[in-house]
Design a protein around this ligand. Structure first.
Ligand code: ADP
Ligand code: ASP
Ligand code: MG
Length: 813
């Protein structure tokens, strides 16, 4: 014999029931079959709602009941030929009248006990099973309908009754040995107590009915037919890449379902495991799919964990106090108090100091638990040996499950590492001694992110999702977006990164799309986007709580530079092209660095010095590997280099500066370059990276610019430069006369930083710097005589964008 159970969605309407009939016909070819059915999807909830409305004296319960009746009758009319409908329609009508009678009583008394609730909701399965029986008959499949209440006997724990297996097994064995049929239809979920009252087995309990019957009748297999093609590596509603598990052990399936994998009701496995009866989870809507086999042995795979699950609505109770240390009996009293109130304990941890015990329970019971535990420990609380019970709400459990975890160290390290990197705070941890499960208690709002990053870490080693939020769509910003668009495929293929730009903003507009903004059309989308509001932009990103998030600042805006802490504190990495944050006060720079470390979120700003050149990265590599920097010499202004390389006196100095601006090498305000300010910022950042507490006022700047050029606005700046053309001409002529070149050089030596124009002879590393090139010389303990030289294009939107791009990839890695 085999048992097939069909869930609520499988029998939700006439079309689906037709699928079920086809599956049953197929099954009948191989063996005698017991069919266990749930109520039509949503009916149990609808009955509960009607009952509850009646108990509040809300007459609309009648409308609800009529809807339920109408849905069942309509299903029959669609399913069964007209000439065979009448008996089943009248049977259903009769059942519906009974429901209404009970609800009328509830309405009059305004009282709804758990016992009455069970009586009401049992009708869902009673009616659905009668519909299926009638449908099979109409298809000439002779079958026997059997009321589960005549087989399964429980205690009187209404709503979640415990099965008396001695009586139940006897009933089932007696029934099937006497029965002479090939196919039986049995309503799931319902049973009776010893006095004959209807009870139910807990929400989702039809699976359990199938297991009880399967175990007692020693079925060859129990098939759970549902709306997914098996048990998956995570809840498919939370993780879009969840995969079907082909084979799983009883214990693993039990752990996964206990920790929230709703696809199977947790008590279902136990009776089948003890008899070694295999369970198969199959999809009613894709019957050809293999499904999941749950058996004694877990097939060995290269994966150490089998699945990830989660339970929401958890509260953590902490009993703490010095009076507990070394004194036996505290936990017994705690658990006794909970058990007397029938409060189920989901998770337990105790610190090894015995100073505290922490238990996780369903949130609905939290207030009651607080009352009874505080009462149970009233004396100890009064004499201050124990503190009043601490209750934390809005929590959830995420659990990693797998038989193979046992002998593989490092799994919990990996689990907590990945949660930590994504800013998920772990409140409590439990690992069963079977080492088949590691559970972590986290905030409910973090569940989706946590499950996804864990899934990526343990099951999708192939891919990692990266979410980018960009501010700034100017020169560099547009180039970056274009590069990203071009490189998406390469990132997927070669780096295994799924990169998604989830937000773009500029000073006027902001655009969001969790699925990733279409980068081929971002300009148009931006035009139609909502108006920019900085606070809302940040809140929105924080609330999304997406994994592997990177905020990218490609503005030159000081208000945006002030927002970085709000990202870092949420473990969102920050990539800054904007130099303002790193070149503002040392305290702020330090604060950002510290936040980055504390919240495991990289803060990267490679492009602040040398655009796309790997200057800061190289410096950090040197320092991290134990080298010591003794001196830095650098030409760090692409603009000044361009200007002095191109200025010969033919065109005016002002003209050459304008050309640098037009070609996109200068800062948005070119005076920052010409004054040497930009170079000061850069040498300061390099010095700070070596550990020096340097401020702008500590840097000497011997400006070559006539003072009057720096007064007034940019127009005046150009005008004044024209006026001082002779001054600039004298500078180059002098250099030329000596066979030298003019370079604006930054220096950091023994704690002192300075910038200024220098005459560079042909022997010097800086002599052969062309166009807008930069060069940085690091003199270190390892590079003493010959410095480590980094040289190349140090300005321009394209190279800067590629530097930002590299930082993003680094942050995501
Ligand atoms: P039925 O009505 O057939 O009993 P349920 O709704 O009780 O079906 O269970 C099936 C649902 O369980 C799926 O639609 C899926 O959304 C959910 N689910 C949660 N976790 C998992 C998981 N790990 N694997 C498969 N399904 C899961
Ligand atoms: N109909 C019941 C419920 O919705 C039992 C089941 O579907 O398994 O909980
Ligand atoms: Mg179910």
């Amino acid at each position: 014999m085999q048992v097939l159970k069909f869930g609520g969605s499988s029998v939700a309407n006439a079309k689906n029931i037709n699928n079920v009939v086809t599956i049953i016909k197929q099954a009948l070819k191989s063996d005698a079959t017991v069919v266990v059915v749930s109520a039509l999807g949503g009916v149990t909830d609808a009955l509960l709602e009607a009952a509850s409305l009646a108990s509040y004296g809300e007459i609309v319960y009648k409308d609800k009941l009529h809807e339920i009746e109408h849905r069942h009758l309509a299903t029959v009319k669609e399913l069964i030929p007209l000439d065979q409908q009448s008996s089943v329609l009248s049977a259903i009508k009769k059942r519906c009248n009974e429901i209404e009678d009970i609800c009328n009583g509830v309405f009059l008394l305004k009282e709804l006990s758990r016992r009455t609730t069970d009586a009401i909701i049992s009708y869902g399965e009673l009616i659905s099973s009668q519909i299926i029986t009638a449908k099979l008959k109409s298809a000439a499949i002779i079958n026997t309908w059997k009321d589960a209440r005549q087989l399964i006997v429980t205690n009187s724990e209404f709503g979640n009754a415990n099965v008396d297996f001695t009586i139940t097994n006897k009933n089932i064995q007696g029934f099937f040995s006497a029965a002479d049929a090939d196919i039986f239809i049995i309503p799931g979920f319902i049973a009776r107590d010893k006095s004959g009252n209807t009870t139910t087995l807990g929400r989702g309990g039809s699976d359990y009915t199938a297991a009880i019957i399967g175990a007692a009748s020693k079925a060859s297999v129990v098939e759970i037919w549902t709306d997914v093609s098996g048990m998956m590596t995570a809840d498919p509603r939370l993780v879009s890449h969840a995969k079907i598990i082909q084979h799983i052990s009883y214990q693993e399936a039990m752990e996964l379902s206990h920790f929230g994998a709703k696809v199977i009701y947790p008590p279902t496995i136990q009776p089948l495991m003890s008899k070694g009866i295999p369970v198969c989870i199959k999809n009613t809507f894709a019957p050809a799919d293999e499904g999941t086999w749950i058996t004694n042995v877990s097939k060995l795979t290269d994966k150490h964990i089998r699945g990830i699950s989660s339970i929401n609505n958890l509260s953590l109770l902490s009993l703490e106090g010095s009076g507990m240390v070394g004194i036996p009996g505290f936990s017994k009293r705690l658990f006794e108090a909970l058990s007397n109130e029938k409060i189920n304990v989901i998770l337990i941890t105790q610190s090894s100091s015995e100073h505290s015990i922490c238990v996780g329970i369903e949130e609905a019971n939290a207030d009651r638990a607080k009352e009874i535990i505080d009462a149970a420990f009233a004396y100890e609380i009064e004499i201050k040996k124990v503190e009043p019970l601490k209750v934390e709400k809005d929590l959830a459990i995420v659990a990693l499950v797998g038989d193979n975890m046992k002998s593989h160290p490092g799994i919990s390290g990996k689990m907590f590492g990945v949660l930590g990197r994504n800013g998920v705070n772990v409140r409590a941890i439990a690992q069963g001694s079977s080492e088949r499960n590691i559970s972590a208690v986290i905030a409910v709002e973090d569940v989706k992110k946590a499950i996804n990053v864990l899934h990526e870490e343990f099951f999708e080693t192939t891919f990692k999702q990266v979410n980018i939020f960009i501010s700034g769509t100017g020169n560099v910003g547009s180039k970056l977006l274009a590069q990203l668009q071009q490189q998406l495929q390469h990132l997927e293929d070669d780096l295994r990164l799924h990169v998604r730009v989830s937000a773009i903003s500029n000073s006027r507009k902001m655009l969001f799309n969790d699925e990733g903004i279409d980068l081929s059309n971002w300009k148009k989308l931006m035009e139609e986007a909502e108006d920019m509001e900085l606070d809302r932009f940040i809140k929105n990103i924080q609330q999304k709580n997406l994994r592997n998030s990177v905020f990218v600042d490609i503005t030159a805006d000081d208000t945006i530079a002030k927002t970085y802490p709000q990202y870092l504190q949420k473990s969102i990495s920050v990539v800054a092209c904007n130099k303002i944050a790193c070149s503002s006060s040392y305290d702020y720079y330090k604060k950002l660095k510290d936040l980055a470390r504390e919240f495991n979120a990289p803060f990267l700003f490679e492009t602040n010095v040398g655009a796309g050149l790997p200057v800061i990265g190289t410096l950090n590599d040197l320092l991290r590997s134990g080298d010591k920097v003794n001196k830095i010499e650098a030409v760090l202004s692409g603009t000044l280099n361009f200007v002095f390389n191109n200025y010969t006196g033919e065109k005016s100095f002002a003209n050459v500066v304008k050309q640098a601006q037009d070609e996109g090498y200068t800062e948005p305000d070119p005076r920052l370059d010409l004054s040497g300010m930009d170079v000061m910022r850069k040498i300061m950042i390099l010095a700070r990276e070596t550990g020096e507490k340097l401020e702008m006022e500590n840097i000497t700047n011997e400006s070559f610019m006539p003072l009057s050029c720096m007064k007034g606005d940019v127009a005046n700046f150009y005008k004044e430069m024209e006026m001082h053309e002779q001054h600039f001409f004298n500078l180059v002529s002098k250099a030329k006369a000596e066979g030298k070149k003019l370079k604006f050089v930054a220096k950091f030596d023994k704690g002192n930083a300075s910038v200024g124009l220098q005459l560079i002879g042909p022997q010097h590393d800086f002599y052969h710097l062309y166009g807008k090139d930069n060069a940085v010389l690091f003199y270190t303990n390892r590079y003493t005589e010959q410095p480590l030289v980094i040289k190349g294009a140090g300005a321009g939107a394209e190279v800067t964008a590629s530097g930002v791009f590299a930082d993003i990839i680094r942050a995501a890695g």
